[in-house]
Design a protein around this ligand. Sequence first.
Ligand code: IMP
Ligand code: MG
Length: 183
Amino acid sequence: MTDDVPPEIEKVLISEEEIRAKVAELAAQIDRDYAGREVLLVGVLKGAVMIMADLARALKTPVSMEFMAVSSYGSSTSSSGVVRILKDLDREVADKHVLVVEDIIDSGLTLSWLLRNISSRGPASVEVCALLRKPEAAKIELPVKYIGFDIPSEFVVGYGLDYVERYRDLPFVGLLKPEVYAG
Ligand code: IMP
Ligand code: MG
């Protein structure tokens, strides 16, 4: 339900409809770029589950789907760039056209590590599709070919993104009320 916004949400930043339109646009672009080839979508758990599921269905290109779970060492609120694999890919990616699917790129450190890791396994190609990007990541050299939305440097939830494991199920991307963090 599009209008069903819980009281903890201060503001809807990107609506369900806007996300749907953008995913369709990204899928069309990816279909053109990969014409005649198969794509291996690699979703980064857990945040990428929504974009992964919607993108896979919007694509006409045949895909297979793999998931990785990674975790930064140290502080959970800011990325250190040192990454630990919690769940690795189940299959080899050698000679495959890999498209890494991410919810959001903040500092870009996690993605930068992930790209080095995947590239070392000898895929035919590696590209990135991220629904959201914050300004800090836009500054660093990251080969992100497909971007949904550039957003301000604020903490967002919904459509896969969580605050302490909540709000991932919201169909839109929004800002939390300040009292939610305080409480
Ligand atoms: P970074 O790009 O290495 O700084 O880390 C990106 C990861 O941090 C994302 O995959 C998210 O899991 C998390 N993250 C960054 N910004 C937000 C946000 O605004 N809301 C929820 N999670 C976020
Ligand atoms: Mg993530």
